[in-house]
Design a protein. Structure first.
Length: 399
């Protein structure tokens, strides 16, 4: 029986650093960035008008001028025009280049136009640079605007697009085989007999993988047959980067998974972690270097171990910068066993805006109906048994 912290270390050491691939920007959405993105030009690239209105010279304004003759129009997308005449203005549009010779903008709501002149209303104040977004004030040319390890969220996609990174290096997600075992299991669309249950774990795991950008995922089901399990695992090891098995890893008479893995020289790195749920978790490495996770069959255990170990570590191995998330307990929790406790919680915000975790009791590790209320699990450490209200613990969200 090892500690959660040791399980983390062993898995982290065993996982390879997954490959880098180049993708077009829209295919990179949600992926983990593997390169720096640099500003290929200053941002903004020119002194940019930020309001529809007129561009003038501030010195004219300072001298008391309030009526400006309109000599030209500066639309967005046109090269800079010139403001030449004294007491003149150019009509300017949001996104236009600031005309040469002008240094501030008065917005269109503050003027009235008649006889080819703009009359500025009373009561406005004006400083040089008004409504001008100066070139290079957001980023200078060459600045790093995105760092490796970032997940490509919509704003980061926008940044990459703005600086011309339309082909971008991201981590290639490993291919994953999800294998359920058990004679009692039938598929979700089937009508189980009295002694049977429907598969659920593998759907949860596949959904979890797909929402995190893993598209090369396949589900398989095996009966509790030693030879079949061994042959199927051997074949899947030929094709996949990661194997996730659910069920068959406990001490039951038909729990053939560890035995089959041993026969295939998948080297066991640990079996059993001091945690609840998920104590029977098995982890090993195949001769080809692929990690193999033997997740417990119990639905709550399987989902918890998948979220806490599999997803967490594969994303780390892909180079994702994960920010730690945590929440404070809304109710006291007492957990006596000398084990880490992964407790399902629902998350709300308190009056101060902090995340609080509301414990959801599960009857057993098979009681996954209660997980329907949950947003996350929190990790309560092994060496503590009484957790007061306000106790802050790490949080792993389902989504
Ligand atoms: P096992 O680890 O094979 O002893 O399975 C433990 C419990 O989890 C048993 O009640 C199984 O029926 C159940 N179980 C195993 N695999 C799955 C699965 N893929 N979906 C739902 N329940 C499962
Ligand atoms: Mg079983």
């Amino acid at each position: 029986l090892i500690d959660v912290i040791d399980a983390d270390r062993i898995i982290a050491e065993a996982l390879p650093k997954y490959a880098t691939e180049s993708r077009s920007l829209m295919d990179a959405y949600g992926a983990v960035l593997r390169q720096e993105v640099h500003a290929d030009r200053p941002q903004p690239p020119f002194d940019r008008v930020t309001m529809d209105g007129i561009a003038i010279r501030h010195s004219d304004w300072d001298a008391g001028q309030r009526i400006f003759s309109i000599t030209d129009v500066q639309p967005a997308g046109a090269p800079a025009k010139q403001l030449v005449h004294p007491n003149a203005c150019l009509e300017v549009m949001t996104g236009a280049v600031m005309p040469e010779g002008a240094d501030c903008v008065i917005k269109v709501e503050d003027i009235e136009v008649s006889n080819g002149s703009a009359h500025v209303q009373d009561g406005i104040s004006l400083v040089p640079g008004n409504f001008v977004h100066k070139s290079g004030t957001d980023a200078r040319e060459g600045d790093i605007v995105l760092e490796p390890g970032a997940r490509l969220t919509p704003p980061r996609i926008a940044i990459a697009a703005a600086f011309g990174a339309h082909e971008i290096s991201v981590a290639r997600p490993p291919s994953v085989a999800i294998i359920s075992t058990g004679d009692e299991l039938v598929d979700a669309h089937e009508t189980p007999q009295q002694h049977q249950i429907r598969l659920s774990n593998v759907y949860a795991i596949e959904a979890g993988l797909r929402t995190h950008g893993f598209s090369n995922v396949e589900r398989h089901h095996l009966l509790d047959d030693r030879d079949q399990i061994q042959a199927a695992i051997a074949a899947l090891l030929e094709r996949f980067d990661v194997l996730l098995l659910t069920g068959g890893v406990s001490m039951g008479k038909f729990d053939y998974v560890p035995e089959a893995l041993r026969a295939l020289n998948v080297e066991q790195r640990f079996h059993k972690v001091a945690q609840r749920p998920g104590k029977p978790l098995w982890f090993g490495v195949a001769p080809g270097g692929q990690p193999v996770f033997g997740l417990p069959g119990n639905p709550v255990s399987a989902i918890v171990c998948f979220r806490r170990y599999v997803l967490h570590h594969i994303e780390q191995a892909m180079g994702l910068n994960t920010r730690s998330d945590n929440a404070a307990l809304a109710d006291p929790v007492s957990f006596k066993p000398n084990m880490t406790y992964f407790m399902p919680v629902s998350i709300t915000a308190d009056d101060a805006g902090r995340q609080v975790a509301h414990p959801l009791r599960t009857n057993t590790s098979g009681d996954f109906g209660s997980l329907g209320q949950s947003d996350a699990i929190i990790e309560l450490p092994r060496d503590v048994s009484e957790f007061p209200v306000g106790y802050v613990a790490p949080l792993y969200r389902w989504d």
